[in-house]
Design a protein around this ligand. Structure first.
Ligand code: NAD
Length: 392
């Protein structure tokens, strides 16, 4: 089987789906790798490195799509809402596609992907189980985002992070608050701690407390309890507006005392909850920084502008999106390792293993034979249960 790696199309995207160092593993398993010329250049992987590791270089994008049995991408049409559509005519029925497809995004876009006949696998749907841990691309990208958000916040803040005792007096450490202690939040805590800040964090999932503390953060306890805070897959759940109102009220004081707030609170398939109002921003000291990692999902701060950095009431609010792309070398490396683990699982004896009884395959497959086939995604988009799935 041939795995094709086209150059990413999304404007400014610097990542690549496979890096040279994974090619030997794929070749050993009987897969061929074909890479569009220049696909890895922005991430620090020139064509020559791919060739050295046994991959072929295709001079044209069309050739990659024409030759490959499996196309691997970072942002496919679905998550690439700017120009991802340009690839649709290049797909052919029965070809496999693996990448970020935003399954809980727009139904019409998913239907366009389905209509090409590709068997698509959405990395956002990879189960968060021990067995699939090595394939978990969402965690990889969240790790990079949590790290980089802290660096940008530190660079923007007119203060330094560590405590310093100098001949010119003592400098107090910066106070960083992380709201949402999932994968990105935990990495933000670890990074801010390494830079010497005093870090506290809050999450509505009580299970996050121990993880925050193990990284040297203080867990902010609020006297409210979320109903069924965590779903079966480990995600935080949506709460009603009265819960969010109470959260905002209780968080106001901690936010006002923080120099930097990093927010990551999201709920799958829902708009991110607003946890910081304009009034709360006004309560922060001038020069403070909010990095809203939920910006793409509507933002945790009322004043966030997705994709932009704004200054309101003297507070810089960073709503920059697609942050993983700004660390392209390592985000591509991590993503490529996740995809390799998935590919080696999916392809056995030169064939795709499309076993609907296999949890990883069933949970990840989004489209096949012209239809959206993922049961939960169908339900989310209000599509009827497929006849073939009724018995399940
Ligand atoms: P995410 O990106 O969906 O959400 C980020 C965080 O925001 C979550 O911790 C969530 O609880 C929190 N949040 C949501 N609403 C909130 C609110 N109103 N107030 C405060 N916090 C709020 O989460 P994620 O980083 O993808 O991780 C979700 C969970 O899955 C975590 O428990 C993580 O440890 C777990 N996980 C498990 C595995 C595995 O077992 N292989 C892999 C990755 C993640």
């Amino acid at each position: 089987m041939i795995v094709g790696v086209p150059k990413e199309l999304y404007p400014g995207e610097r990542r690549v789906a496979l890096v040279p160092m994974v090619a030997p593993n794929l070749v050993k398993a009987g897969l061929e790798v074909i890479v569009e010329t220049g696909a890895g250049a922005e991430a620090g992987y020139p064509d020559a490195q791919y060739a050295e590791k046994g991959a072929k270089i295709a001079p044209e994008r069309k050739a990659v799509f024409a030759q490959a049995d499996i196309i691997v991408q970072v942002l496919c049409h679905g998550s690439n809402d700017i120009n991802g559509q340009a690839d649709l005519p290049l797909f052919r029925g029965g070809q496999a596609l693996i990448g970020f497809l935003r399954p809980l995004g727009t139904k019409a876009v998913l239907e366009q992907v389905a209509a090409t006949g590709v068997i698509s696998f959405s990395v956002e749907l990879i189960p968060r189980t021990t067995r699939a841990q090595s394939m978990d691309a969402l965690s990889s990208m969240a790790t990079i985002c949590g790290y980089k958000a802290v660096l940008i916040a530190a660079d923007t803040l007119p203060r330094i992070f560590p405590m310093l005792t100098t001949a010119a007096g003592t400098i107090t450490p910066a106070r960083v608050l992380v709201i949402g202690a999932g994968v990105a939040g935990l990495q933000a805590i670890a990074t801010a701690r390494r830079l010497g800040a005093v870090v506290s964090a809050y999450d509505l999932r009580p299970a996050a407390k121990e993880q925050v503390q193990s990284l040297g953060g203080r867990f902010v306890e609020l006297p409210i309890e979320a109903k069924d805070a965590q779903d079966a897959r480990g995600y935080g759940t949506a709460q009603d507006e009265s819960f969010y109102a109470r959260q905002r009220e209780l968080l106001a004081r901690v936010i006002a005392e923080s120099d930097v707030v990093i927010t990551t609170a999201v709920v799958p398939g829902k708009k991110a909850p607003v946890l910081i109002t304009a009034e709360m921003v006004q309560g922060m000291a001038p020069g403070s920084v909010i990095y809203d990692l939920a910006a793409e999902r509507g933002g945790n701060c009322e004043l966030t502008r997705s994709g932009q950095t704004v200054v309101e009431h003297g507070v810089t609010i960073v709503g920059r999106i697609n942050l993983a792309s700004s660390v392209p070398y390592h985000s591509s490396q991590m993503y490529a390792r996740n995809l390799t683990a998935f590919l080696l699982y999916l392809v056995k004896n030169g064939k795709l293993q499309l076993n609907g009884n296999d949890e990883i395959i069933r949970e990840t497959m989004l489209t096949q034979g012209g239809e959206i086939v993922h049961a939960r995604v169908r339900e989310f988009h209000g599509l009827p249960v497929l006849v073939s799935q009724e018995a399940r």
